[in-house]
Design a protein around this ligand. Structure first.
Ligand code: HEM
Length: 540
């Protein structure tokens, strides 16, 4: 039998060799890295992550300094390749089997959402996407428009009632619009997504369990710190033994979403198996369509979604479809409040529809509304970036050459297996070489004559809009989001005149993945966008 001290010695030697190999690999990659630029690494553990979460417009400023391709650091100083070059981005999107979701991010999201469309990869992703596509098609969205409009009217009426309680001489109302809009989009995703009444708008003023939980997780003053610790724990599972901040918020969010979702799925399945008695066959919410598409009579057994996968889609819809859309709407209203002539022009167009309850086709028939929505999505890019990891050594083609450390110019950039690429949606949306010198201005009219360079952007649903990403993992909910945003702008802009309540220099895009409006001089407040509103018919 082997001496235990011998075994220990061999284990220690093996760990040392393993560590040494990684250190040598790290040093080799550092020394042979051809890229020159990139920000300073302020912390070996946190890399540039802390400053990225708290400084608005940082990656854009780095891009001005280092160009559209540079390296920065993730957790544990992991090298991330920032890419905002249109040719490189098109290549990555077109080769999505070679550029996959980053495993550590996937693991982290699975802990919150389960194995839904946002977290599965490879064949499972293809299988889930094939079934889910049936729920997100045009005919369903046409039907769901009724819900978007109904909820928009409920929010409008709530603000009208608040105005009526105010002073009739100066009938202005200052509202933090993020709260109402967030409640509206949560109600929409509940009813349109899975026929569930969250009652978030009806309970305005009262805390809403799920809304509060999502706020704690994503937008509370502690959220940024918590997310960083949670990611560290995903990278080093042994850290889960320590009571680091954020664990409790994540566990509560997961448990709450799971219990709501599993109840909804089992009720809907029961109704479906009871036949016509209790299952309304005209039901068109996303889950009902999904359940019908997933029935044994509709699909071969090996392609069906398991119960766990069905439950995971519900938290996925909430996570992917609530914050993104509410921020897109809040930012659109922010820009409209700063551009009063644009707001008036939009209102004029909206008033050409006589009904208060427009259909999807009516909303889609309004060209200026279309331009305003596209411009808001371009200008604010509610999802700021998408990360992917190279599964093999590769060579990225570039539209603009880069100069290496020795001063040589290159049209392509070799990258190694395992390299994380950070695709900046926001930077591409603001690229002056593509959009012209006024790329940094909110100007919906640009969509009447899109610059030819924008045609090279791999976007959805228009080739030139990267905000919903592109390729096989593009946003499945883009139709849903576009019509929901239009329905809310239609209803609110017809009813209210919006003016900024604080100087625009105090409001900035903060957060990491989904950039939300916050006071730059008071980040502790979390997501916040105060706005002065007055009824349109009382305009001077
Ligand atoms: C303005 C609103 C929205 C924006 C800007 C947006 C943006 C995006 C982006 C950039 C992605 C790619 C993420 C990645 O792969 O890492 C994505 C994926 C996704 N989005 Fe959206 N989204 C929006 C609204 C919605 C809505 C309303 C829903 C659902 C009701 C939704 C559901 C999803 C899902 C399920 C995925 C994963 C798709 C897949 O992997 O096949 N999104 N979205």
């Amino acid at each position: 039998m082997m001496d235990p001290s011998h075994i220990l010695f061999m284990a220690a030697a093996a760990s040392l060799c393993y560590g040494l190999i990684h250190l040598l690999q790290f040093l080799y990659h550092e020394l042979t890295n051809p890229l020159v630029g990139g920000p300073r690494n302020p912390s070996w553990i946190f890399g540039n992550v802390k400053e990225l979460g708290s400084e608005t417009g940082l990656t854009e400023r780095w891009q001005e300094e280092f160009g559209p391709i540079y390296l920065f650091r993730g957790l544990f100083s992991r090298r991330k390749l920032y890419v905002a070059d249109v040719k490189a981005l098109s290549y990555i999107v077109a080769n999505d089997a070679r550029f996959v979701r980053v495993p550590v991010d996937v693991k982290f999201k699975v802990g919150l959402l389960g194995e839904g469309l946002l977290t599965v990869v490879g064949d499972d992703h293809k299988r889930q996407r094939r079934i889910l596509n049936q729920a997100f098609g045009g005919p369903q969205i046409r039907y769901l428009t009724e819900i978007f409009v109904k909820k928009a009217v409920q929010l409008r009426d709530m603000w009208v009632a608040e105005l009526a309680q105010g002073n009739s001489v100066a009938p202005d109302l200052t509202v933090d619009i993020c709260d109402g809009i967030g409640r509206m989009t949560l109600d929409v995703i509940g009813e349109a997504g899975f026929n569930h009444e969250f009652q978030a708008l009806a309970d305005t003023g009262k805390p809403n369990k799920l809304a509060e939980l999502l706020t704690n997780l994503f937008h509370s003053p502690e959220a940024r710190r918590n997310w960083m610790f949670l990611q560290l724990q995903t990278l080093i599972p042994a850290l889960k033994l320590l009571p680091l901040p954020g664990q409790k918020a994540l566990a509560t969010a997961h448990a709450t979403m799971y219990s709501i979702a599993s109840q909804i799925v089992s009720e809907s399945k029961r109704a479906l198996s009871d036949g016509e008695k209790s299952f309304d066959s005209s039901k068109r919410d996303l889950l009902s369509i999904l359940l019908k598409a997933n029935m044994p009579t509709s699909i071969p057994a090996h392609q069906r979604l398991s119960d766990a996968e069905l439950i995971a889609q519900i938290s996925t819809f909430v996570a992917a479809g609530h914050e993104t859309t509410s921020n897109a709407i809040a930012w659109a209203l922010h820009s409209l409040s700063l551009h009063r002539a644009t707001q008036r022009k939009l209102r004029e167009e909206l008033s050409t529809i006589s009904s208060e309850n427009p259909t999807m086709d009516e909303l889609n028939s309004l060209p200026y509304l279309e331009s305003v929505v596209r411009e808001a999505l371009r200008f604010h890019g509610p999802v700021a970036f998408v990360d992917r990891m190279a599964t093999q050594d590769d060579v990225l083609p570039l539209s603009r050459p880069y100069i290496d450390k020795t001063g040589k110019s290159h049209d392509t950039l070799p990258i190694r297996k395992g390299q994380i690429v950070h695709m900046s949606i926001l930077a591409l949306n603001h690229d002056q070489d593509i959009w012209g010198p006024d790329a940094g201005e909110f100007r919906p009219e640009r969509w009447e004559n899109v610059p030819s360079g924008a045609g090279a952007i791999p976007g959805m649903p228009h080739p030139n809009l990267f905000s919903f990403f592109a390729g096989q993992t593009n946003c499945i909910g883009y139709r849903f989001a576009l019509v929901e945003i239009k329905a809310l702008l239609f209803t609110l802009i017809r009813a209210f005149e919006f003016e900024p309540a604080v100087p625009s220099s105090r409001i900035g895009r903060c957060g990491s993945l989904v950039r939300t409006p916050m006071y730059l001089d008071d980040l502790e407040r979390g997501t916040s966008l105060p706005m002065n509103m007055k009824p349109v018919n009382k305009q001077e």
